[in-house]
Write a protein of this length. Sequence first.
Length: 236
Amino acid sequence: MQGIDFAETSPIITMRGVWKYYDLGENRIPALRGVDLTINRGEFVAVWGPSGSGKSTLCNLIGLIDDASDGVVELVGREVRQLSDDQMSEFRNKTIGFVFQHFNLIPVLSALENIMLPLQIQGVSAKAAEKKATGWMMEIGLGDYTGQRPDKLSGGQRQRVAIARAMVTDPSMVIADEPTANLDSQNAGKIIDLMREINMSKGTTFIFSTHDQRLLGRVQRHLQMQDGMIVEDKSL
């Protein structure tokens, strides 16, 4: 497929009348109810609400991990339904980074090797991958921990490594699903601040979900979700 330069395209994500249903036995449960949303490049957006409000489902649709049941989802002007499986995979691998609640680091690899892995999957040489990953270890303030395995790192340190792993391929957008849920309030604030610093310095779009209202003062824009709907869209 022809490459897309996110820097030349705005908005990144557009949703119009998006519904998402999950079938539980004979019951059809709506997780999203007619969502309309536009997110432009370079934004730093929190999606917040209680468990079951639809925030993770919304992030999964934006990250092309799941499909809408109805409505239109466009990624940089292209309707997602019209993309082939190969094109979807290429978008996910080359233009979207992911950060997860449980870090999802590979326990037998060092912090540096975990960050190198996405580059090596793309076919980058070990030498080039190590150089770039080392740069990111310095960027996240863990330059002295390159050889440490995840079980030797604190929760906050592991999430920093996960953010560096998401960023090492130079994605245009990072989706973070509850990235602070397993952290204390102090480390949670530091992780959001780190993502915001990267957002401002690199221009990377960040979209993260959270149930912690205390973090909202650190974001540029927040979407409040309730019962599968966006009930407030507020920019600071």
